[in-house]
Design a protein around this ligand. Structure first.
Ligand SMILES: Nc1ncnc2c1ncn2[C@@H]1O[C@H](COP(=O)(O)OP(=O)(O)OP(=O)(O)O)[C@@H](O)[C@H]1O
Ligand SMILES: [Mg+2]
Length: 609
């Protein structure tokens, strides 16, 4: 129930629609009962045998005898009218009345649904937007644990399930109980004895039906989770198609996918079969109630003669009328259970607190004046420390290069500087201020980032470059692409800057992708550049192009360059040589060569290549 309440908060902005829905639902349920009752005079006309019997004009004696008064008035009216205008004429009137009542009932029903549609889909939209916002906000560490497909399932099908099951309950919350209430009033009005029977049977059937719904939430959870799994497989397949085909691994992935869809099939069949049990069961229970009514009511008509046959027919009609909303309510209880599973998954994501959230005291920092210092930091992703007691100063205007074997923690330093992760011990400071006390947005405004794997989006070249500065003019984009040495290939594209580069930049070569990501950082023009050079081997020509781009961009800036090709960083002010998360050497290129240490060996190895 708490999930339901939390989701309900999303309906608040749409409460006007909710109110209109309630209003028309009240009218609907009222007319629902009225339209049944209106059949009564019609039947009286049809069954009126004793035309000569005289009905005196009734006298109203207060609420206690309202029923007698109503019945007498009706009898009197029907008999008198028939005498004056004839059967057919009265029949026509009655039919017009019935048609009008049914028309109004359905019209109000439509209006109620009309307004509810805005509310339901508004909630769907807002929930999706919030989940998306949360997805962008959550730290990277969250996504190395969760599968991508799981997130896609939550934002796609889970939210839809909430819209479908929870909010349909919202609709029933007013309409069905009211319909039952009004119908019951009409039933009591017609016969109290019979109604007591109904009262006894409804709770019994309700209990029986609720037995079926017990396991529903668990089953729903399974279905939802499995959906996440196979979306994940699909996602990995699509991004890894080249490898899957190249390694003839189609059958392996096909099996993996079929395992998942098989489980999904089993879960879903179970769920749906259980759910489908609800409707026939409640219908059958309902008809049992009717059967008892028929027997008991028949007695009242034939034996005790306290009930008129036409009244009895209408009564049965009303009793059957109650079944539909009663069925709907029992169905709603399933819906809530199914919705709960989905809501739990969506809310889990929405309520996830980001550990990297800005502190309330965090300050804006709009300039970089002195230095970045890493003061005795230690960091681990999971269990093992990747960096241990690491200390480094990056003065303004200098280029610091990080080199070292694969896995030594170079990219990790970039992750920490941009605060994708927080250090476990020690502190990273900019101009003496701990970056934990700087608003993330303003911190990242100071930095330009070129990641190791060039991350590009399925959009035009211009839009990919403009990512960090949407308002950039064409001239600025052109300038940045020249600095990044990218203009050469951009101008050869069929539509220049407006060429779409495909999913993840798939239509470009490795070197071209890299230069585009450099252009993107250059256009942002931040005081601090963080460059994680791609490991992918480039041919000598594109390596030269990328190298020139790097040199252009680090000019007159403070930069941290993570390099794999040592030729790129010979001019760096400081070269830091790392090994297993520690600094083993640092100095200029010449100093380190003279030292004949680790760096010297690395350079020697690369010259052999
Ligand atoms: N998201 C992560 N979760 C857990 N461990 C990680 C994660 N990213 C990196 N690591 C581990 O941290 C260590 C350092 O990785 P890092 O990416 O910093 O290496 P690197 O120096 O950049 O290597 P390369 O030259 O190959 O790019 C590695 O042992 C790696 O297994
Ligand atoms: Mg790396």
């Amino acid at each position: 129930m708490t999930y339901f309440k939390k989701i309900l908060r999303y309906a608040l902005p749409y409460k006007m629609y909710g109110i209109l829905n309630i209003f028309f639902n009240i009218l609907y349920s009222l007319f629902s009962a009225l339209s049944m009752l209106a059949l009564l005079p019609m039947l009286k006309v049809l069954f009126n045998k004793d035309e000569d019997k005289f009905y005196p004009n009734p006298i109203y004696n207060g609420i206690s005898s309202a029923k007698e008064y109503f019945q007498d008035s009706l009898n009197c009216y029907v008999v008198e009218s028939i005498k004056q205008e004839g059967h057919i004429q009265i029949l026509t009137y009655m039919i017009i009345l019935i048609i009008s009542l049914f028309m109004l009932k359905n019209f109000f029903n439509y209006l109620a649904m009309f307004f509810m549609t805005y509310l339901r889909n508004g909630v769907l939209k807002d929930l999706r937007n919030d989940v998306y916002q949360k997805t962008i906000e959550l730290p990277l560490s969250y996504f190395s644990e969760k599968r991508k497909g799981d997130i896609i399932a939550r934002i796609g099908t889970d939210v839809l399930e909430i819209q479908y099951s929870f909010l349909s309950v919202l609709e029933m919350l007013v309409r069905e109980p009211l319909t039952i209430l009004f119908t019951l009033i009409a039933m009591i009005f017609l016969s109290i004895d019979l109604t007591i029977f109904v009262f006894i049977f409804i709770p019994i059937s309700g209990f029986l039906i609720s037995l079926v719904g017990k396991k529903l939430k668990r089953q729903s959870e399974n279905v939802q989770k499995e959906q996440g799994t196979f979306l994940s497989i699909l996602d990995e397949t699509l991004s890894g198609l080249r490898v899957i085909k190249g390694f003839n691994a189609e059958a392996f992935f096909q099996n993996k996918f079929e395992d998942s869809t098989n489980r999904f099939y089993k879960f879903l069949v179970n769920l749906i079969n259980r759910k489908n049990l609800a409707s026939p069961m409640s219908e059958f229970l309902g008809i049992c109630v009717i059967a008892v009514l028929l027997w008991y009511g028949g007695n009242l008509v034939f034996v005790k003669k306290v009930l008129e046959p036409e009244t009895f027919i209408i009564y049965i009609g009303l009793a059957y009328n109650i079944l539909t909303p009663a069925k709907a309510i029992s169905k709603a209880s399933y819906s809530v259970k199914k919705g709960n599973a989905a809501a739990e998954r969506v809310l889990e994501l929405l309520e996830m607190e980001s550990p990297l959230k800005d502190k309330p005291t965090a300050e804006e920092k709009n300039s970089f004046d002195q230095a970045i210092t890493l003061e005795n930091i230690s960091f681990k992703y999971e269990n093992d420390y990747v960096l241990k007691n690491f200390t480094l100063a990056i003065p303004k205007g200098k280029t610091v290069a990080l080199v070292g074997q694969s896995g030594s923690g170079k990219s990790t330093i970039a992750n920490l500087l941009t605060r994708f992760y927080d250090v476990n011990e020690g502190a990273i400071k900019i101009d003496g201020i701990d970056i934990k006390n700087i608003k993330k947005h303003s911190l990242r405004n100071l930095m330009g980032l070129v990641t190791q794997d060039s991350i590009l989006f399925n959009d035009t070249i211009a839009n990919n470059i403009k990512l960090g500065k949407q308002e950039a003019t064409y001239e600025e984009v052109l300038e940045a692409s020249k600095v990044a040495n990218a203009f050469e290939f951009i101008k050869e594209q069929p539509e220049g800057f407006d060429t779409n580069i495909g999913d993840g930049g798939g239509k470009l070569s490795g070197g071209q992708k890299q230069r585009l990501s450099i252009a993107r950082a250059v256009l942002k023009d931040p005081p601090i550049m963080i460059l994680d050079e791609a490991t992918s081997a480039l041919d000598t020509e594109s390596e030269k192009l990328v190298q020139i781009a790097l040199e252009n961009m680090t000019k007159n800036r403070t930069s941290v360059v993570i390099a794999h090709r040592l030729s790129t960083i010979q001019n760096a002010d400081v070269i830091v040589v790392m090994q297993k998360g520690k600094i083993v050497e640092q100095g200029t290129h010449q100093e380190l060569i003279d030292n004949k240490g680790t760096y010297y060996k690395l350079v020697e190895m690369q010259s052999f290549d």
